[in-house]
Ligand binder design. Structure first.
Ligand code: SF4
Length: 294
């Protein structure tokens, strides 16, 4: 049932100075009607709901103003049963959550896979007075181009807007450093347990060249690297000169590698949305009654 709640009435009676030019209007009176204190009107009561939360507090803190109650039945708190029910709820709801996220344009990332990771950038010429190149823009371009790329191992990239190199491009699988005249590319770095400094690969002038050379290098690694072999170990095995011969010095081979990369990436589908659209895959998230397993 819709009901108007008359919290306050905005009338000359409520503001005795209104209509009287001899009395200066207050700042509050010059505000739009809906911003004045005491004028809020709700068209309807919000729906009644009950929020039940099971915190894991050892005791109630004196400043806690939740309407909370201690477990006093004497038995142990049914943590296991609660967690099992919560997990079942989440499992069942996951595809629905993914569907909502997908509609909002939010897709699954690659936090753990043998795949491209979020491209790190400094703030670049977009925001830094030292910047010579738009590193954030370049990083976004690279990440969008490589999104969904699987590889023998994880692949990390960074783009710095100038040689001060705040994005630490010198310890990435592909590092891009902006210069006045274009970009320097570095490959086969690693910032993990054992740090390996990336090796200078080549100099290029344009954003498109950054994408082509980086993409061709990564495709060569995808085609020739062993499973679980990082770029540093791949390049150490085959030699940097060999990689340069295939990518930097052989323009037609570079373009072919780059085209194969782009072709492979066309088939990428977000794993969340795959499970939303494909009923057979969605079944992975249906609960199986325990009796059915007996
Ligand atoms: S690398 Fe250069 S452009 Fe980027 S934040 Fe550092 S000083 Fe600025």
């Amino acid at each position: 049932m819709n009901r108007v709640i008359p919290i306050a009435v905005d009338s000359p009676a409520a503001h005795p100075s209104a209509g009287n030019d001899s009395v200066p209007h207050s700042a509050a009176q010059s505000l739009p009607h809906y911003m004045r204190a005491g004028t809020l009107q709700l068209a309807a009561l919000p729906p009644l709901s009950l929020y039940v939360h099971l915190p894991w507090c050892l005791k109630k803190c004196p400043y806690c103003d939740f309407n909370s109650h201690e477990w006093r039945t004497g038995g142990a708190i049914p943590e296991r049963a609660y967690l099992a029910a919560l997990r079942a709820d989440l499992d069942a709801a996951l595809p629905l959550i993914w569907e909502d996220l997908g509609k909002a344009g939010m897709v699954s990332g690659h936090a753990y896979g043998k795949s491209i990771r979020t491209v790190k950038t400094c703030v670049g010429a977009e925001h830094c007075r030292f910047g010579t190149q738009l590193s954030m823009t370049m990083g976004v371009k690279l990440e969008k181009m490589l999104f969904g790329m699987w590889a023998p191992h994880k692949v990390k990239l960074a783009v710095s807007g100038c040689p001060r190199n705040c994005a630490e491009a010198g310890i990435k699988d592909v590092g891009v450093i902006g210069l006045d005249s274009g970009y320097e590319l570095y490959v086969a770095g690693n910032g993990g347990i054992k740090t390996d400094v990336a090796q200078f690969f080549c100099k290029v002038e344009t954003d498109d060249e950054v994408m082509e050379y980086s993409g061709a290098f990564l495709q060569l690694y995808r085609e020739e690297g062993y499973y679980l072999e990082r770029t540093v170990h791949y390049v150490n095995r085959v030699g940097l000169d060999y990689v340069k011969t295939r990518v930097v010095e052989d323009a037609s081979n570079r373009k072919a590698l780059f085209e194969r990369l782009l072709y492979a990436l066309q088939g990428y589908e977000d794993p969340w949305l795959e499970r939303v659209r494909d009923d057979r895959k969605r079944r992975e998230f249906r609960l199986i009654p325990v009796e059915a397993l007996a």
